[in-house]
Design a protein around this ligand. Sequence first.
Ligand code: ADP
Ligand code: ZN
Length: 725
Amino acid sequence: MKQLLKKYFGYDEFRPLQEEVIEHVLLGKDCFVLMPTGGGKSLCYQLPALKFDGLTLVVSPLIALMKDQVDALKTNGISAEYINSSLLPAEIQQIQEKVIAGKVKILYIAPERLASLDFKNFLKKVNVKLIAIDEAHCISQWGHDFRPEYRNLKFFKSEFPKIPIIALTATATAKVREDIVRQLLLDNSRSFISSFNRENLEMIVTRKRKAFDKLLGLLQKHKNESAIIYCFSRKDTEKIAMYLQLEGFKALPYHAGLNSETRKKNQELFIKDEALIIVATIAFGMGIDKPNVRLVVHYTFPKTIEGYYQEIGRAGRDGLPSECVLFYSYGDIRKHEFFIDQMKDAVEQEKSREKLNQIIKYCETIICRRKYVLGYFGEEYSFPSSDGKELDKKSCEACDICLNPNLLFDAAEISQKIISCVIRTGNRFGRNYIADVLLGKSSQQIIDNQHNNLSVFGIVSDFNKDEINHITKSLIAYEFLQVSSGKYPIVSVTEKGILFLKQKEALKLPKMHEDLEGQEKSVSRRKIQYDFDLFEKLREFRKQIANKNNVPPFMIFSDVSLQEMARYFPADKNSFAKIEGVGIRKLENFSEVFLAVINNYIKENNIQSVEILNRVQNRNVKKNNSFAVPDRYIRTKKMISQKLSISEIADKQGFKYGTIVAHIKKLISNGEDIDIDYLKPPQERLEKIKTAFEKCGDEKLKPVFEYLKGEYSYDEIRLGKLFYK
Ligand code: ADP
Ligand code: ZN
């Protein structure tokens, strides 16, 4: 499978869970796959499709995406087609014939096809080996995107009970998950649920002050990269797009009020890297699959955490570091509240209010944003160790809270004052009132309540009202205080708050961030190092090639591939083949022209050939040094320091034995300081394995296994190889 992965897709490694899912699918069993956007779901059925001697049928509701997916497969040399309402009957006929003749490996269809008797009859003439249901949540009424056409899919199990089904989605609660499995009549299916953490996304919340200047700063930082800016209203998108154009940025608006032609055109310009910035309402994003969006800005914060996570999910699908910045202001809370107040349905209104409170809490939180969001979705997030030295570092290294620990201040005293004031005034007032009492404001209401006689009246002089409000919100996030929902939220103390008062604990809270300073370094630190000028040249060149081939640039090569080219300077076809994303078809079609650009650059800049050689040879080593080390390696490293056995480590991470051995190999070649002596097999066995490898060569394990007459397991052989090498 690894060979197929490199051959057709150009990748060396599977992403988490991909390998497990694929193995399961190849056994001919049903399964359900839940992975975040960008997790790499498509590969879970595209790779098995290459192994099966028949057709893989893919159902997808997104007609606009089908062509892209099929084009992408074709550029990788995989024969794929699609059938949907955008095609003429004659074209459909042609494709069907091609499929019946066995000339197509993967066929994408829209769900409504299955309503047609003709189509069903066609299917019966085809040797279907696997059915993949993309966006599987669409089948459930409990989901957020129910599509009645998806109900047609029941037909599969009733008509083709023997054909395995793989259902995939990025959004499903437990309830929807069960519903999908039930509705599709999946048989003894297994669920694969991956973490929703997107480690390459930096999550930042900042105060919305001098917002447009901040935005310009961000776009400057991401110059030449794709960005999406989400706004509150259609008018805002047009206004901001125009202002950005005046500043010299190629920015286009996108919202549901534009006519479909303009929408289509703007989207296409964005996908083709002709316009790098889209200023959109939430309507933008569903139909696009651009992997190299590097910046997502919420100019107005979104209405729900679900929406927020989906929108930032559109950044960095290719796994490269990308930045997500949310502008937060009290003014925008009121904008949202205003709309909620207009809602007619009381139940819906209450729900929306609750959702809004949750995103406000997220903005106000003082714990790691990542931990908070994942916790919201029911996932426990544990911090990675970054350098292997401080194993239990309490930082995700990619959110504003974790990146700015020194933005905290000693808040014990002011917090005690606020909490006391809430208690003294009887747990019956809102934030503003509490602040007014603390500041000693003699408003009519305060005098009527005789709160000007309390000991807390006017007790605060070193904070202003905004600041007190901010701290109060932090105390709510910390659950020392709680707030009721509704139009006039009332703040009251919690048990935790009372305990805090009694015990006089220390407490640090974040200052209000005013700007994004200090966050600049983080993103660039995590990027791989490459020759920036060459990258630019390659990117320009990619655009030309893409236009010639009439596909989006990312389909020719991803940014990851170009960055690797600009790092390792492959000088010939052999080294070019090692670049990530270069499979056989792309090697054939594009290596020559890209190599010409690279070699030209090498000549122009007098880069020494020795250096190039080293770079290519050291690719794997360097890659690990420079890429952000994936979580899984760090977890393996940590467990090795705890002296766990390889099987235990494998079990804990849900990987295979061999994968863990591969991790260890990488960690060692990466120069990581790990002690694996305790894993060493007994000396005489090690000698036997070594002899076997010397006799049989170390390319393949099977001859070695056979040479040893089955007395040594594959796992032991793998491990032995690691040691004698
Ligand atoms: P999803 O459907 O889960 O949102 P995709 O299948 O579109 O994700 O994959 C997202 C991106 O990741 C694509 O650009 C894809 O080519 C890339 N990708 C998938 N699997 C791998 C892998 N094993 N190694 C490197 N890149 C991968
Ligand atoms: Zn964090």
